[in-house]
Ligand binder design. Structure first.
Ligand SMILES: Nc1ncnc2c1ncn2[C@@H]1O[C@H](COP(=O)(O)OP(=O)(O)OP(=O)(O)O)[C@@H](O)[C@H]1O
Ligand SMILES: Cc1ncsc1CCO
Length: 547
C-alpha cells in the first residue's frame, strides 16, 4: 500500500487488451511505444488469463511504466493489484463493490469506477471513487456493448454535471477515435457546470495500432490542446472564438458582417448542402446570388471526397431522403473542422424527425442550429410553442433570448431562432436582429434559405480567421472562426435583401417577391447592409456559472 495518494494525469489513459494487438506485434514493445507517445496512465485488463499469468503481465507492465513514471491500475482484480503493488484498481458496476474495495485497499489506493449515468456517478462519488470512466460513448469493437445504452457526448455531459464540484475526475471510454475526439471533448462540456473531461480512455486505437507511438501522440495532442483551452479561454462558451477576434459592439459587429460579405464574393466558398427537395433550387440560387458556390450532393459516397474542399456544410432534414449521407457528411465536416449548420425542419412534428435529429446529433457536432420557434422549442424541450407541420404557431417564447442562450450552452453550438425578430446566441452573447419582411413568411423555404446563407457566411467566418491567423485559437477549437458573426451575417443578408425586394414597385405578392429576393441578394452591398441593419446586443447575463 502506498504512503500517499499519487496525483494522476488522466489525459490519455491506455486500457490494455493483448487480444487486439496486430499480428506479430509484441505486447511489451507496443506498451513501451505508447508510453513514448504520451500515454499518462495504464490499466492492465486481462479478461481471459489465469491468475499467475495476469500477475506476470501486470508486473512486467509496471516495470516498463515505472521507467516512464506512469502509474498502473489493475482491472477488477484486487489480488493482482496487491501482488504487484500497483497504484490501484478499476472496477465495473458488477465487480467488487466499491465500499468493500476501499476497505480492502485503504485510503491511498486509486479506485476508479465505470459509470453510465448521473446516478451511477453520484453513487461512485459518495462511496469514495477517485475517478470515473464514463461510457460507452459510442459502439466499440473491443467490448460487447450491445446491451448498453450508448451515451453520446450529450450523455457524457450530463454525467459531468453530476460530478461538478466533487473533485472526482472523469475520462470517457468507448468508440473514441481521432475523427470523433475533438467533437467528444467539446460537445461533452457539462451544460450547467462547464465541467469537462480530464481525459480519454483508449483501447483499440492504441493497442491495435502498428505504430502506437504515433497513435498516442495524435490523441494526446488533441486532449492537451483541449485542456489548455479550457484553462485559458476567458469566456465559458469559447468554442467559437478567442476574445481578441470577436467584436461584440454594434459597430464592430456590423463592420465584421460587411467583411464577411466581401470575403464570400472574393473567395467563392463551396457550400455543400444536403437540403429538402422543396427548396433545393431556391437555396442553390441564393448561394450563387451572394457570391458563393453551391453543391447539393446527398449521397454518402460523395461526401468523403467533398468534405476537404468545402467551405461549410448545411444539413437540412425537411425531407429526409438520405439519412446516411447526413450522418457521413456531418462526421466528415467535424473531422475536417468545417462549420456544420443543422436545420431540423419540423423536428417537433413527428417522432421520426425527433429520432433522426437525436441520431444525427449523436454522430456529429453542429456548429450552428437554426430553426423557427417550434423547431427550437422542440430541441429545447419547451412547451411554449406549438408546431403545425413545418410552421411555428402561437405568439412565441416569453423570453427568447434565454431560450437561445441556454440551448447554445447545452448544445455547445450557435443557436439561431428565426421569426419576426431573430435571436442568435453563442451561449454568452445574444444578438436580436429585427430586419425582415412578412412576405418571407408567405413563400416556402425562407427559413431554409436563411440556413443556406448562415452556412455560407460561417464559411466566410472561417476564412476570415484563417486570413487573420491566431495560433492559439487554431489549436483549441473544433471549428475555427467567430461563428456568431457568420450566423448573424446570414440572417442579416436575407432579411435586409427581403426588405429591399418587398419595397420594389414590381413586387405584387409572393411570386414576384421570390424572384426579387434573389435579385436583391445579388445586389446587396455591405454599405446598404450596415445602414439598414437593426441589431441589439444583449450582453451576457451570466459569467461562468449556471443562472
Ligand atoms: N413576420 C416577419 N417579419 C419579418 N421577417 C420575418 C417574419 N417572419 C419570418 N421572417 C424572416 O423570415 C426568415 C424565415 O423565418 P421563419 O421563422 O419564417 O422560418 P421557417 O418557418 O423555418 O420557414 P420555412 O419553413 O418556410 O423555411 C427569417 O430570416 C426571418 O427573419
Ligand atoms: C414545405 C416543406 N415541407 C418539407 S420541407 C419544406 C420547406 C419549408 O420548410
Amino acid at each position: 500500500m502506498s504512503s500517499s495518494k499519487p496525483k494522476i494525469d488522466y489525459s490519455l489513459y491506455l486500457v490494455t487488451g493483448r487480444e487486439l494487438l496486430p499480428p506479430g506485434k509484441d505486447y511489451y514493445e507496443s506498451l513501451e511505444e505508447s508510453l513514448q507517445g504520451g500515454v499518462t496512465l495504464v490499466q492492465v485488463r486481462e479478461k481471459l488469463t489465469d491468475t499467475g499469468e495476469f500477475i506476470d503481465v501486470a508486473r512486467r507492465t509496471k516495470e516498463i511504466c515505472d521507467r516512464y513514471k506512469v502509474p498502473v491500475l489493475i482491472n477488477d482484480r484486487i489480488d493482482v493489484h496487491l501482488a504487484i503493488g500497483s497504484a490501484g484498481i478499476h472496477i465495473g458496476q458488477s465487480d467488487c463493490p466499491l465500499p468493500l474495495a476501499r476497505q480492502l485497499l485503504g485510503p491511498n489506493a486509486i479506485i476508479g469506477v465505470s459509470v453510465s449515468s448521473p446516478a451511477d456517478a453520484k453513487r461512485a462519488v459518495a462511496q469514495g471513487a477517485d475517478y470515473v470512466g464514463i461510457g460507452p460513448v459510442w459502439p466499440t469493437g473491443s467490448k460487447d456493448v450491445s446491451k448498453k445504452v450508448l451515451l453520446s457526448p450529450e450523455g457524457v455531459g450530463a454525467v459531468l454535471d453530476a460530478l461538478a464540484g466533487t473533485g472526482v475526475e472523469a475520462v470517457a471510454i468507448g468508440g473514441i477515435h481521432p475523427p470523433n475526439l475533438q467533437y467528444l471533448l467539446h460537445a461533452s462540456i457539462a451544460p450547467n457546470s462547464r465541467n469537462h473531461l480530464a481525459g480519454i480512455a483508449i483501447i483499440s486505437d492504441i493497442v491495435g495500432s502498428r505504430i502506437p507511438k504515433e497513435a498516442s501522440e495524435g490523441l494526446r495532442k488533441v486532449v492537451d490542446s483541449f485542456k489548455r483551452s479550457r484553462e485559458t479561454l476567458d469566456h465559458p462558451q469559447a468554442i467559437f472564438c478567442a476574445k481578441a477576434q470577436s467584436p461584440r459592439d454594434t459597430e464592430g459587429i456590423l463592420a465584421r458582417v460587411g467583411d464577411l460579405m466581401r470575403i464570400v464574393r472574393n473567395n467563392t466558398p463551396l457550400i455543400h448542402q444536403i437540403t429538402n427537395n422543396v427548396v433545393i433550387n431556391d437555396s442553390a440560387n441564393a448561394t450563387l446570388a451572394v457570391g458563393a458556390s453551391p453543391i447539393m450532393a446527398t449521397n454518402a459516397r460523395d461526401v468523403k471526397d467533398l468534405s476537404p474542399a468545402i467551405g461549410a456544410l448545411l444539413v437540412n432534414f425537411g425531407t429526409i431522403t438520405d439519412k446516411e449521407g447526413m450522418m457521413v457528411a456531418g462526421r466528415e465536416a467535424n473531422v475536417n473542422r468545417k462549420p456544420v449548420v443543422f436545420d431540423p425542419v419540423a423536428v417537433g412534428a413527428t417522432s421520426y424527425r425527433r429520432e433522426t435529429s437525436k441520431e444525427l446529433l449523436a454522430h456529429w457536432q453542429p456548429t450552428v442550429i437554426k430553426g423557427n420557434a417550434a423547431e427550437i422549442g422542440a430541441l429545447a424541450q419547451s412547451a411554449e410553442v406549438a408546431t403545425r407541420g413545418v410552421d411555428s404557431v402561437g405568439s412565441g417564447f416569453s423570453d427568447p433570448a434565454k431560450v437561445v442562450r441556454d440551448l447554445a450552452r447545452r448544445r455547445a453550438a450557435i443557436i439561431v431562432l428565426t421569426g419576426e425578430h431573430d435571436y442568435i446566441s453563442d451561449g454568452e452573447t445574444v444578438i436580436k436582429a429585427s430586419n425582415g419582411h412578412k412576405l418571407l413568411g408567405v413563400i416556402t423555404g425562407s427559413g431554409c434559405m436563411t440556413g443556406t446563407l448562415v452556412t455560407t457566411f460561417c464559411a466566410a467566418a472561417r476564412l476570415y480567421h484563417l486570413a487573420n491567423h491566431d495560433p492559439f485559437e487554431e489549436e483549441s477549437q473544433l471549428v475555427q472562426g467567430d461563428m456568431l458573426m457568420g450566423a448573424l451575417a446570414g440572417v442579416l443578408v436575407i432579411t435586409i435583401a427581403a426588405e429591399v425586394a418587398a419595397a420594389r414597385s414590381d413586387v405584387k405578392g409572393p411570386g414576384t417577391f421570390r424572384a426579387a429576393l434573389i435579385d436583391e441578394l445579388y445586389n446587396l452591398t455591405p454599405d446598404v447592409l450596415v445602414e439598414r441593419a437593426k441589431i441589439e446586443v444583449i450582453s451576457p447575463a451570466w459569467k461562468g456559472g449556471a443562472d
